[in-house]
Design a protein around this ligand. Structure first.
Ligand SMILES: [Zn+2]
Length: 94
């Protein structure tokens, strides 16, 4: 089991251009992983957390993008109600 700390995200525009999707994440070693690689890794038992401003939050697999009406999935998220910097959606771009 490997622990990954995510410090940044890359986003791409959704197909209908209404919002953006996390397409890749970056870890402390400035290594990039695609969203699918993160999902596969979590399913294999690895631990993925965000790290920002000293806060950490666990990344989990969710069925679909939280945007209403969007069915893209599976997707990854931390606590969707958190407004803190450690929310996966709030990380700096990398
Ligand atoms: Zn979406």
């Amino acid at each position: 089991m490997t622990d990954h700390l995510v410090t940044g995200v890359r986003k791409t525009l959704s197909a209908d251009a209404t919002h953006r999707h996390i397409s890749e994440v970056c870890t402390q070693g400035a290594i990039r992983y695609t969203r699918q690689e993160v999902i596969d890794s979590i399913r294999q038992g690895d631990s993925w957390k965000t790290l920002a401003d000293g806060y950490r939050a666990e990344i989990r697999i969710i069925d679909a993008c939280p945007w209403e009406g969007c069915a893209l999935g599976p997707y990854i998220a931390t606590n969707p109600n958190s407004s803190k910097k450690d929310n996966l959606e709030n990380l700096d771009s990398c």
